[in-house]
Design a protein around this ligand. Structure first.
Ligand code: BJW
Ligand code: ZN
Length: 250
């Protein structure tokens, strides 16, 4: 499944960077936005994941998020998340840039994670910025309101038209530029600026690998396209890193 070139790149690499999307959690039972198994087809993310829709119909947007918070709260990291957490220990520099908001990389034990689109387990007031826990939110009305100022509370995620958080974005851009190998995993790579990261990595000399159940916008640019589920491919990739390491010592 893996080319000789990827094997030798993995053996020598000091710096590996990974970009993950919703597909990394598909096998944990979280539906993706797009792709053949995307079940949000009823709602386009563009229609719900924006500030104007939230102001127009906070109940509807909150219904979507409360449903997803409950779903996400009940799922475990899968073999893909776990393999990435293990891979982190095998390279001097290893970073996960994630568009996922579900916190499963953290749960799997990964340390160096840059969350580009926020984290659905956090919430804040749009008026005064006060934070609210999920437990508080779940007890509140359909569209929760701030206990200090009375304004609307929203999930701490990045919607269309909003700027990405500056610190994770800058760290992600540097991690892309320094990567010798860049893995784009379980993302359709249609949402910018995240979708530009595999391209900047490649421009800076990285070996680009696209891992997905189907070809993506990034496949034509990739040195290698690995078609399959990330929960199947990543453990095999980890095995490869392990055997590389053994042969280094023998
Ligand atoms: C598997 C698998 C398995 C399944 N194993 N794989 C025109 C051109 C260029 C840009 C723009 C434009 N018009 C507007 C823009 C900007 C816009 C944008 O990019 N729009 C595009 C849609 C065109 N971007 C923004 O607005 C961003 N901000 C920004 O640009 O700020 C600057 C600015 C400010 C003001 C004005 C203008 C610009 C912000 C983007 C925020 C995205 N937010 C969301 C919602 C987060 C909260 C939530 O979850 O509710 O983030 S949208 C949604 O898409 C979510 C995801 O992170 C993001 C990316 O999706 P992802 O992760 O790739 O998932 P899918 O479903 O698309 O793909 C899953 C893949 O997995 C598929 O390929 C499957 O095949 C695969 N898969 N099972 C491996 N087992
Ligand atoms: Zn407030």
């Amino acid at each position: 499944m893996f080319s000789t070139q990827l094997k030798s790149k993995l053996q020598g690499a000091e710096s590996v960077t990974v970009l993950t999307g919703a597909g990394i959690s598909a096998e944990s039972g979280v539906p993706t936005f797009r792709g053949t198994d995307g079940i949000w087809k009823k709602f386009k993310p563009e229609d719900l994941a924006n500030f104007d829709s939230f102001i127009r119909n906070p109940q509807l947007v909150w219904e979507w998020y409360k449903y997803r918070k409950q779903l996400i709260g009940s799922i475990q990291p899968n073999a893909g998340h776990i393999a990435l957490a293990e891979m982190e220990r095998r390279f001097p520099q290893f970073a996960i840039i994630t568009q996922s908001i579900d916190n499963r990389h953290q749960r799997a034990g990964s340390r160096s994670i840059y969350e580009l689109h926020g984290n659905v387990e956090r919430n804040y007031c749009i008026g005064c910025g006060k934070s609210f826990t999920d437990a508080e939110i779940m007890r509140m009305d359909k569209a929760p309101r701030c206990t200090s100022c009375g304004d609307l509370v929203r999930p701490d995620v990045v919607w269309f038209g909003e700027q990405l958080p500056i610190d994770p974005w800058e760290k992600s851009a540097s991690a892309a530029e320094r990567a010798e190998i860049f893995f784009s995993i379980g993302t359709s790579a249609v949402v910018y600026p995240a979708a530009s990261l595999p391209l900047s990595a490649k421009r800076a000399g990285a070996y680009l690998v696209d891992i997905n159940v189907e070809r993506t916008e990034r496949s034509p640019w990739a040195e290698e396209v690995l078609l399959g589920r990330s929960g199947d491919i990543l453990p095999m990739l980890l095995e490869l890193c392990r055997s590389n390491r053994l042969s280094e010592h023998s």
